[in-house]
Ligand binder design. Structure first.
Ligand code: NAD
Length: 544
């Protein structure tokens, strides 16, 4: 007897849902696969939306597939304008309505894959309904029409990745970026976020941190400080929440704070129902529950769910979140946990900062990078890394993400045999250098103090840069003893000192020298450059 074909319904037709549906088809030619999507588009590139705002990417290029192309290539029954409203787990049906006509539908399933995504948080601010979110193609169309036709003043609420990307892509207008928290880009620690903030300032984006929006009117945005900003267009980028209501209503396990709970195979509490993408909770590098609404995870999870559904041994374990964005001339990103998150988990990480060049300094065009590694000095376990800089930032971030996911120890970064020729890197690549520094710390050769510990360390502060560099700016109270004269000055120093230079390298040489001459010396992680960025992060940016 012929078994009846497997009926699979996928709810949500963007990254996670379409990855699942197409993988499923590749593994099973006979399954009846239906994709329900409430919006008018499936398989669109939502990470590309801000790039259409700036005109870099054409609108049609964002639409990767249509229901017709998915029918032709994958024999998928893709129904746009179809909103799933209820799952009856006992009857194994999904009911919903056609959003254009209101017509109801009921469809039976053998397996269900939920990929309903996340939705923009709308803070309870009077008038906020005027603000445009940026999650979907219709959102983009509305926002772009407003930006193209309204007056020049754009106010963006929220300086996470979406807010910063929207602000950057709207450049050329009079853009103000309002952030309730103390810094832009929350995945970064403050001293790296400060570098992004400075770039936004340089490019004419007005950034206000600690900004509490109290009211949005037809023409203005009002702040708690009393300021009133002209606002022809308001962009809402105050974060997203998992769209888990359908799952909740179906009695599936959902975290109290939001997010569908799944096992390693991405099955919900009902094994016939899988869930993937921005709607679920996954686990971070410390194996803690994490909400990671990023495209990489949605794509990976879609494939894993389809594989497992088809009886293949697939699972999705703890993963570091890796994110990156282009901010004018800078690239900024992070992988794994930042220092703040590691401390919040009750751990005491060791932190190092470096500021290498993107490639050999003698080869034209080298650009500056700023790297931060957060790790455990006792075991070498890497918790996370952050990178801000010019060319080659993405490459270093990806190597570090790979190392983190593969369990490479911090000191073993020195051992990675990375590609090198002068236009691309250095014989000691910036990632190798992080490994060398980590090795020195783990071996007890160097003890780095952090930018926020320097002034309260009780140590004599010694600036080992040149007199010129010192004159241009130094730590309060620091004495200037250039590295090359340090040997003869050593007998006159306090017994405990903190030595620093511009980025950390001369400071390291100085500390090793002094320690051998009987002076107990610590270094300043990342040198004056990190200290300056740290100081900048302490100063709230007022509205313009
Ligand atoms: P987010 O949570 O990263 O940032 C939202 C920001 O809005 C926070 O900094 C928050 O403090 C601020 N905020 C909240 N309420 C506010 C208020 N009333 N006034 C002013 N500020 C307020 O969220 P997002 O930027 O909307 O992005 C959503 C998710 O998508 C994130 O996880 C993000 O990492 C991801 N994403 C990633 C990329 C990328 O990797 N390039 C791009 C876009 C989005």
């Amino acid at each position: 007897m012929h078994a009846s074909p497997l009926r699979v319904i996928v709810i949500g037709g963007v990254a996670g849902g379409m990855s699942a549906a197409t993988r499923l088809r590749r593994l099973n030619e006979t399954a009846l696969i239906t994709v329900l999507e409430r919006g008018p588009y499936v398989s669109f590139a939502n990470c590309g939306l801000p790039y259409h705002l700036s005109g870099t990417v054409g609108r049609d290029d964002l639409l990767l597939h249509t229901p017709d192309s998915l029918q032709a290539r994958f024999n998928l029954d893709v129904r746009v304008h179809h909103e799933a409203l209820q799952i009856d787990r006992a009857a194994r049906t999904v009911t919903g309505r056609q959003t254009l006509t209101g017509e109801p539908f009921t469809l039976p399933y053998d397996r269900l894959i939920l990929s309903p995504g996340a939705h923009a948080v709308r803070p309870p601010i009077p008038g906020i309904e005027r603000a445009f979110p940026l999650r979907t193609v219709p959102d983009l169309d509305r926002l772009k029409a407003a930006v193209d036709t309204a007056g020049p003043h754009v106010v963006v609420i929220g300086a996470g990745f979406i807010g910063v990307e929207a602000a950057v892509r709207a450049a050329g207008r009079h853009v103000t970026l309002l952030e309730a928290g103390p810094q832009v880009l929350p995945p970064l620690d403050p001293e790296l976020a400060a570098l992004v903030h400075q770039e936004l300032d340089r490019q004419g984006i007005h950034v206000a941190t600690g900004a509490a929006v109290t009211r949005v009117t037809d023409t203005h945005v009002h702040l708690h400080s009393g300021a009133c900003l002209p606002a022809d267009v308001v962009v809402l980028a105050a974060g997203v929440r998992p769209s888990d209501q359908l799952a909740r209503d179906a009695g599936l396990d959902v975290a109290t704070g939001g997010g569908i709970l799944v096992n390693d195979h991405l099955q919900t509490s009902d094994p016939l129902i899988y869930a993937v993408g921005d709607a679920i909770l996954t686990r971070d590098a410390l194996d803690q529950p994490a909400f990671v609404p990023l495209a990489w995870g949605a794509n990976r999870q879609g494939r894993v769910a389809a594989d497992h559904l088809m009886g293949r041994p697939a699972s999705y374990g703890p993963h570091p979140a890796t994110a990156i964005a282009r901010i004018f001339t800078l690239t900024a990103g992070s992988t794994g946990l930042n220092e703040r998150q590691v401390r919040a988990a009750g751990l005491t990480p060791t932190v190092i900062h470096t500021h290498p060049a993107s490639h050999a300094g003698y080869y034209p065009g080298a650009q500056g990078l700023h790297l931060k590694l957060v790790f455990d000095a006792a075991t070498g376990r890497i918790y996370g890394a952050q990178a801000v800089g010019g060319d080659g930032t993405d490459k270093r971030l990806d190597v570090l993400a790979t190392a983190l996911h593969a369990g490479v120890r911090a000191d073993d970064l020195a051992d990675l045999p990375l590609a090198y020729a002068p236009p691309y890197g250095s014989a000691k690549d910036p990632v190798n250098m992080l490994g060398y520094v980590a090795q020195n710390v783990m071996d007890g050769l160097t003890r780095p103090l952090q930018w926020h510990e320097a002034l309260s360390s009780g140590r004599q502060l010694i600036d080992v840069r040149s007199a010129d560099e010192y004159r241009r700016g130094h730590l309060p109270g620091a004495v200037n003893i250039p590295l090359d004269t340090l040997r003869e000055q050593a007998p006159h120093l306090a017994p405990r000192v903190l030595v620093y230079c511009q980025v950390g390298q001369r400071g390291h040489t100085a500390a090793l020298l002094l320690n051998q001459l009987g002076v107990e010396a610590c270094t300043l992680s990342g040198g004056y450059l990190t200290w300056q960025a740290g100081q900048a992060s302490l100063t709230p940016a007022a509205h313009p």
